[in-house]
Design a protein around this ligand. Structure first.
Ligand code: FES
Length: 159
């Protein structure tokens, strides 16, 4: 997506008149940015700021606050591993550790080929299927360390 296209998407969002104040479109606008750019850069934030009449510094604060937004370049697939209580008790930390070993990254890092970013995550609401992992929008529950290679292969991991 180009910045001009992004600007157009925000305008369409505003035309929905879903919220009474422009500022309320901030999270939906950043979500569009997250899905369509490798990172929410300052140029992207500036478009949001201009279209929503929100100071750039506020856009940046929100973009940096929420873990679901990436202000640094991320991989094509973001793998999130929950290590919160339920998942920790059922092996979430082992899953994270093995995933990092397989991909040779630390939590928060992206593989050199730009395919995967691994993130440690706090509860994704899948506690009844702990330990839980997501890959972009896909959800995996009751994940066992042994299944990780098969999961990764679905997203182009060559091992
Ligand atoms: S504790 Fe892991 S999904 Fe809730």
């Amino acid at each position: 997506m180009t910045l001009a296209e992004f600007r157009e998407e925000i305008r369409k969002l505003k035309e929905t008149k879903k919220y009474p104040e422009l500022k309320s479109y901030l999270l939906p606008a950043l979500w569009i940015a997250e899905k369509n750019f490798p990172a929410i850069t300052h140029d992207v934030m500036r478009v949001v700021s201009e279209e929503l009449s929100v100071p750039l510094v506020e856009v940046e604060e929100v973009a940096r606050f929420y873990a679901m937004f990436h202000t640094e370049k991320k991989g094509k697939f973001i793998i999130r591993v929950c290590t919160n209580l339920s998942c920790m008790l059922r092996g979430g930390e082992e899953v994270l550790s093995e995933l990092c070993r397989l991909l040779n990254v630390k939590p928060g890092e992206t593989t050199p080929d730009g395919l995967f970013t691994v993130e440690e995550y706090e509860c994704m609401g899948l506690c009844d299927g702990a330990p839980a992992v997501t890959v972009n929008e896909d959800r995996y529950t009751n994940v066992e360390v042994e299944e990780l290679p098969e999961i990764l292969k679905k997203y182009g991991w060559k091992g």
